[in-house]
Ligand binder design. Structure first.
Ligand SMILES: [Zn+2]
Ligand SMILES: [Zn+2]
Length: 400
């Protein structure tokens, strides 16, 4: 099929532009729900390529988030999700780190694209351009979702709740990942995920009564309650685990602490196991608070179920890539477990719930270091690989 060759050639031609885009995004990382510059750039480019653009509250209930819609007559609705947020990580400044060496390290101190979402965004924009160029070949409606706040599993749920996936027949998203997931094969795409870690992100806020430390009988101290809760949660022996990321409590050495806060998360192999963990977490917090006569409120900030691709869709993509493309090199297996959490699972579950098909692509590559590390980096060639992989998949389902 000549069109797949054209898509691949065009993706390769776009490589220099995609690198410029990625470097610009990498220089200007923004935390979840703060991706204003990023969204402005995305919206401007999408408009220029002829997309109907929806931004902000209508997308996510927040200020950020962009959806580009390309209407190509009757046919299936295909949604692609690209995450756009960065992390509170300080980027290393050493010559061995390519973004530093090549002068495109973060200009936003303490914030870094350390999870490759700058790459995902550039790939999404590459797809947007290429798909607009071949729009006369497409039948149906294309939705490109640029999702804020993936970190902390916050952004996908409110987008899903606003109905943006309700009519999607096909859904695709993806993540750059270490080469070890390719199990020694020379592959740059694994077209499906069989599971990922389900997770819940929670804050626990404790309130007590302050008093002079010389008279503990006059106060209610949150610190022993917090200590007991943390020990109980960390003693839990799986499946899965509860992790305490931060503890803040008390205001001075000689004062009974009347306030404390924990930042917590759970991780488990299945959605069901994670629900069980969440119950265990809540009961450990409540039991500790009651024991020490203080109060504890739990606030859920984010949640992601386990990702599961539609097996036949992943198999279809694996066959497509191996038969039609050369730039995109699929693994010999169509699905694998993703050893992290991804809130695209909310979107995938919504699409699958009404009979649609969803796949989460992994792009294995030799990374400078692991995801979320301060010297994280990925090979630039993934930009055209990702663009070709998503665009050819869209062409396959929208050009029957
Ligand atoms: Zn991440
Ligand atoms: Zn990520």
């Amino acid at each position: 099929m000549a069109w797949y060759k054209k898509i691949e050639q065009r993706a390769a031609q776009l490589q220099p532009d995609l690198e410029i885009l990625r470097m610009d995004l990498h220089r200007h990382p923004e935390l979840g729900w703060e991706e204003r510059r990023t969204c402005k750039k995305i919206a401007g480019l999408l408009s220029g390529w002829g997309y109907d653009v929806i931004s902000g509250a209508a997308v996510s209930g927040h200020e950020t988030g962009v959806i580009g819609i390309l209407r190509c007559g009757a046919g299936p609705v295909t949604a692609l999700r690209f995450d756009i947020d960065a992390l509170p990580v300080s980027e290393v400044e050493k010559p061995g780190h390519l973004p530093f060496l090549n002068g495109f390290q973060s200009q936003n101190h303490g914030v870094m694209h350390a999870c490759g979402h700058d790459g995902h965004t550039a790939i999404g924009l590459g797809c947007a351009q290429l798909l607009s160029e071949i729009r006369t070949q497409l039948h149906g409606t294309l939705k490109l979702i640029f999702q804020p706040a993936e970190e902390g599993a916050r952004g996908a749920y409110p987008i899903t709740q606003r109905g943006w996936l309700d009519d999607a027949d096909y859904f695709l998203a993806g993540h750059i990942i270490g080469h070890e997931l390719a199990r020694g094969e020379d592959a740059n795409v694994i077209p499906g995920v069989s599971s990922s870690l389900a997770t819940t992100k929670a804050d626990a806020v404790f309130h007590g009564v302050s008093a002079h430390a010389a008279h503990p009988e006059l106060g209610c101290d949150v610190i022993p309650a917090i200590s007991a809760a943390v020990c109980a949660m960390h003693a839990f022996k799986g499946p899965g685990f509860i992790h305490t990321g931060t503890i803040h409590a008390g205001s001075g050495r000689n004062i009974i602490a009347d306030f404390g806060k924990l930042e917590l998360e759970t991780r488990a192999q299945t959605t069901q196991q994670n629900e069980h963990l969440e119950t265990r977490m809540r009961s450990a917090l409540q039991a500790a608070a009651e024991k020490y006569g203080v109060t504890c409120e739990t606030d859920i900030l984010g949640r992601a179920p386990s990702l599961v691709s539609t097996p036949q869709f992943s198999e279809f993509l694996q066959k497509l890539y191996s038969e039609e493309l050369t730039l995109v090199k699929p693994a010999s297996f169509s699905c694998t477990a993703f050893p992290a959490s991804e809130d695209a699972a909310h979107m995938m579950n919504r699409v699958k719930s009404h009979g649609g098909q969803a796949a989460f692509l992994l792009f294995p590559a030799r990374l400078a270091s692991g995801l979320h590390n301060s010297d994280f980096d990925f090979p630039m060639e993934l930009l055209s690989v990702g663009t070709a992989a998503f665009t050819s998949a869209v062409y396959a389902v929208m050009h029957p």
